[in-house]
Design a protein around this ligand. Structure first.
Ligand SMILES: [Zn+2]
Length: 464
C-alpha cells in the first residue's frame, strides 16, 4: 500500500529509532499499524508513533510496553490541518434565505449578506456558531483554525465566547476581532478594545490560544484606524489578520476616495510584519505581497469563497501561501480539491502547490504558536518526527490503485474524497474518535444549532 521503500519513505528520511526513556506521562499513547504520510515533501512509510506530553516522542522501532494503543491498521496517519483563514461566526449560514435583491458585486454581497448576518449575532449566537464551526473543523481534520470574528452588536467578550467553543471541542485557535469603521466610531472603538483585551489575555498566559490584531479590509478602515491597528500590533508584537484586495475595491477606495494607493495604505498600517495573515490577495500586487511574506507574514488563499463571490483566481506564488475556507465550511480537503482544479483550469502552475499549501498552513500555526523545534525538523507541525507536536489524524482510506509519494497529490485530491477522518488527535488527545466528537454531544449540538440558525435568520431580516 505504501509503495516500495525508498529515500522518500518516512523511516529512511527521518530515522528516529533511538532508545527513549519510557514516558511517564499518563497521556502516553501509541498509534500502531498505520502508514505515515507527510504531504509535502511527500513521504510515506509504515511505522508506529509514540506520543506523550502532547508531542511525538518516537517514530518506528520497538515501542515500550504497557501503553494504550490506537490501532491504525489499514489507515493513514498524517499531521492535522490548519485552516489559515475562516469565520466561525458564519457557521449557521448554510441554507439561510437569500437577500431581498440579488447581489451583483462583492460589496453588494458583503452589505446584503454577511453584514446583515454579523449584525444579527448576539452573545449566545456567537457562541453557538463558533461551536458548530469548531465541531465541523475538528471532524474534517483541523487541529487549528485561524479565525476572523465579527459581531458588531455583541463585541465585548465575543472572543472569549469563540475561545470557549474551541475549548469545548478541543481544537486550538488564533483569534481576532474584525475592526472596521463601517458601523461607526463606537463599534470601531469596541473592536479595537476587544482585540486589545484578548491580546492582553493571551500575553498574560490566561489562554491556550493565540491572538492577532483583527481588521476587516482597507476599504472600511479610515486612516486613523490604520494607525491604531498598527500601534496595537506593534505594542503586542503580533501580526495583523485582515482581508486585502479580495477584488479591486480596496484599490479603487484608496485611489478615488483617499487619494493614495493601496500599497501606501498597507505601509501605513504596517502590515508587513511577522505573524500577519492577509486573506485573499486576489488583486494584491506581487511587490506588496512580497513585502508582507518577506517580513514573516502569510497569505491565506480561499479558492471556493473567491469562486462564490466571482472575484477571480489568486495567483500569488510563495511558500507562505496557505489554504483557508473563509467560512464556507471547515473542510480543508474540500478546499484543497477546489484549489487543485481551479488552478489547473487557470493554467497558472499553482495546482501542483496544493499539498505544499496545506503544509504551509501547518507551518503557519507552528509559527503563530511559537513552536520552536530543531532546525532539522524543517517544517514543524507538518512532519511526523520526534519533537513535533502530536496533532495527528488517522484517516481511513483504501486506495484502489497504487499509492506512492510520487502520486500522493492525486490520491489526496481525488481518492481522499472517499476517505474519512476516523480520529483527530490534538496535542496527542482525541477530539474525534471513530468519526464522532469526543467532548461534545453531537445530537444535542445539532438541535441547539438548528434552533439558533432559525433565530439568527429571523433576526437578519431587521438588517437587510
Ligand atoms: Zn474572510
Amino acid at each position: 500500500m505504501s509503495g516500495r521503500p525508498s529515500d522518500t519513505t518516512l523511516k529512511s528520511a527521518a530515522p528516529d529509532v533511538r532508545p527513549v526513556v519510557l514516558p511517564t506521562a499518563d497521556d502516553a499513547l501509541v498509534i500502531s499499524g498505520g502508514t505515515l504520510v507527510e504531504l509535502h515533501p511527500p513521504r510515506m512509510g509504515k511505522a508506529d508513533v509514540l506520543i506523550a506530553g502532547g508531542s511525538i516522542v518516537q517514530v518506528g522501532g520497538d515501542m515500550p510496553g504497557g501503553i494504550p494503543h490506537v490501532d491504525a491498521s489499514g489507515c493513514f496517519v498524517t499531521p492535522a490541518f490548519t485552516n489559515a483563514h475562516t469565520h466561525l461566526y458564519m457557521s449557521l449560514s448554510c441554507g439561510m434565505p437569500p437577500p431581498p435583491s440579488q447581489p451583483r458585486t462583492l460589496a453588494d454581497v458583503l452589505q446584503s449578506v454577511w453584514w446583515a448576518l454579523d449584525k444579527a449575532l448576539d452573545d449566545d449566537l456567537v457562541h453557538t456558531a463558533a461551536l458548530v464551526g469548531a465541531a465541523n473543523a475538528a471532524k474534517a481534520g483541523a487541529a487549528v483554525v485561524i479565525d476572523h470574528h465579527s459581531s458588531p452588536r455583541a463585541i465585548e467578550g465575543s472572543l472569549d465566547r469563540v475561545e470557549a467553543a474551541l475549548d469545548e471541542v478541543g481544537i486550538r485557535g488564533v483569534l481576532c476581532y474584525e475592526t472596521s469603521d463601517r458601523d461607526g466610531r463606537g463599534r470601531r472603538d469596541g473592536g479595537l478594545r476587544e482585540n486589545r483585551r484578548f491580546l492582553d489575555k493571551v500575553r498574560a498566559g490566561r489562554s491556550r490560544h493565540r491572538a492577532l490584531v483583527g481588521a476587516h479590509a482597507p476599504m472600511t478602515l479610515n486612516d486613523d484606524t490604520l494607525d491604531a491597528l498598527r500601534d496595537l500590533a506593534t505594542s503586542h508584537e503580533v501580526g495583523i489578520h485582515i482581508h486585502v484586495a479580495e477584488d479591486l475595491t480596496d484599490h479603487l477606495d484608496a485611489e478615488r476616495i483617499r487619494n493614495t494607493s493601496l500599497s501606501e495604505r498597507l505601509r501605513r498600517l504596517g502590515l508587513a510584519r511577522k505573524g500577519t495573515v492577509v486573506a485573499h490577495g486576489v488583486q494584491l500586487d506581487p511587490e506588496s505581497a512580497a513585502e508582507i511574506t518577506d517580513a514573516g507574514g502569510w497569505v491565506a488563499t480561499t479558492t471556493r469563497s473567491n469562486m462564490a463571490h466571482a472575484v477571480g483566481v489568486g495567483s500569488l506564488a510563495s511558500p507562505r501561501v496557505a489554504l483557508g475556507t473563509d467560512g464556507v465550511d471547515g473542510d480543508m480537503l474540500g478546499e484543497a480539491r477546489a484549489h487543485f482544479y481551479r488552478h489547473t483550469e487557470a493554467r497558472d502552475g499553482l495546482a501542483r502547490d496544493t499539498l505544499a499549501r496545506i503544509v504551509a498552513g501547518q507551518r503557519m500555526s507552528a509559527e503563530l504558536f511559537g513552536e520552536q523545534l530543531a532546525e532539522e525538523l524543517g517544517a514543524p507541525s507538518s512532519r511526523i518526527v520526534r519533537g513535533a507536536r502530536a496533532d495527528l489524524l488517522v484517516v481511513e482510506y483504501e486506495p484502489m490503485t497504487p499509492m506512492t509519494p510520487s502520486n500522493l497529490i492525486d490520491h489526496v485530491v481525488r481518492g481522499w474524497r472517499h476517505a474519512r477522518v476516523r480520529d483527530n488527535l490534538v496535542g496527542g488527545k482525541h477530539v474525534v474518535r471513530d468519526g464522532v466528537l469526543v467532548h461534545v454531544d453531537e445530537r444535542e449540538l445539532t438541535q441547539r444549532a438548528r434552533a439558533a440558525a432559525g433565530r439568527l435568520w429571523e433576526r437578519m431580516h431587521g438588517y437587510y
